[in-house]
Design a protein around this ligand. Structure first.
Ligand code: C5P
Length: 301
């Protein structure tokens, strides 16, 4: 009998996050260009009596271990569909910043889903897994798929994108998280009385990804949530300034923040910018990563 299954899942950065007006259901239509990056959580599923979540890693104390954890919700959703009992211990080895705008919670949801599917032998199709992911949250389908993709609707409807090279990043991790609903709420407050255009993917950005052109990508990075994140966390402006002063080609808030992402020329520039960001005192820690990265993948049984 299988003892346990481990799945590795990447973080993401949004290289374009175009946000439309609030919909009647409270969500926002997006043109959301996701790029998976090489920071990973690992989710291990082991048979147990009942459903139990544990978490390890430097930020483990900030991760909820109850039924609200996306990994728990994923296991419950899969078990419900297949009429099995969600008797599983899910351990999350967390390396993705918590509540940082890098889809760490979504990664754990996608990882738990894949791990439980393998452990229980439910044999769900890719389509069914993606359906469950979309029920769990707007960013969860991308965590399963990885690579690069355009997300439309509330971000859950994915079109895979071609990526023609490797991009190098530095992520400045801030102290404390930012609530995604709060950032969208601030977006609505700032947009009140203005005409919010329908979101559309930028042709220059898609071309930059397709050709692997770092300079072109640097000029095309855009996040419509950035003014809202900066309004709630003004200190992020100092982090962005420190990263670009250190030689990053461009910097932006990652998703709803407060992690900031810096695109750099190569691995050496990444180390220089990471060191400078740390020395600037404008972030808690700085992480180096590359993209694209593979989606949720079983790595051990
Ligand atoms: O889908 P998810 O649970 O990740 O969304 C978290 C929150 O982010 C939502 O409750 C909503 O406030 C906001 N959101 C949004 N529009 C989207 C995605 C998320 O307003 N397209």
């Amino acid at each position: 009998m299988t003892e346990s299954i481990t799945v590795r899942v990447p973080a993401k950065v949004n290289v374009q996050l175009a946000v439309g007006a609030a919909r009647p259901d409270g969500f926002h239509d997006l043109a959301n260009v996701f790029l998976a990056v090489s920071l990973y959580d690992e989710v291990t599923a082991t048979p147990a009596d009942g459903l139990r979540i544990t978490c390890s890693g430097p930020d483990a104390g900030q991760v909820p271990l109850d039924a609200t954890n996306l990994a728990a919700r994923a296991a419950t959703a899969l078990a419900g569909r297949y009429g099995v009992s969600p008797d599983v211990h899910l351990h999350i080895a967390k390396d993705i910043p918590v509540a940082g705008g890098m889809a760490g919670g979504s990664a754990d949801g996608a990882g738990a889903l894949l791990a439980c599917d393998a452990l229980w032998g439910t044999g769900a199709s890719r389509e069914e897994l993606l359906d469950i992911c979309a029920e769990l949250g707007s960013d969860v389908p991308f965590s399963l798929v990885g690579g690069a993709a355009l997300g439309t609707g509330r971000g859950e409807r994915l079109t895979p994108l071609e990526v023609g090279g490797t991009f190098h990043w530095v992520f400045a991790v801030a102290d404390g998280g930012l609530s995604t609903p709060a950032v969208y709420g601030e977006f609505d407050r700032l947009a009140a009385g203005t005409d919010v255009p329908a979101p559309a993917a930028s042709p220059a950005l898609l071309e930059a990804l397709r050709t692997g052109d770092t300079a072109l990508l640097a000029g095309a990075l855009v996040n419509d949530l950035q003014p809202a994140a900066l309004s709630l966390r003004p200190s992020l402006a100092g982090t962005l300034a420190a990263g670009t002063a250190a030689g990053a080609l461009a910097g932006l808030v990652s998703g709803s923040g407060p992690t900031t992402a810096f695109l750099v020329k190569d691995e050496e520039a990444a180390r220089t910018v990471a060191d400078a960001l740390l020395a600037s005192g404008t972030c808690r820690t700085a992480r180096v990563a590359t993209s694209p990265a593979a989606g949720a993948t079983q790595i051990r049984t």
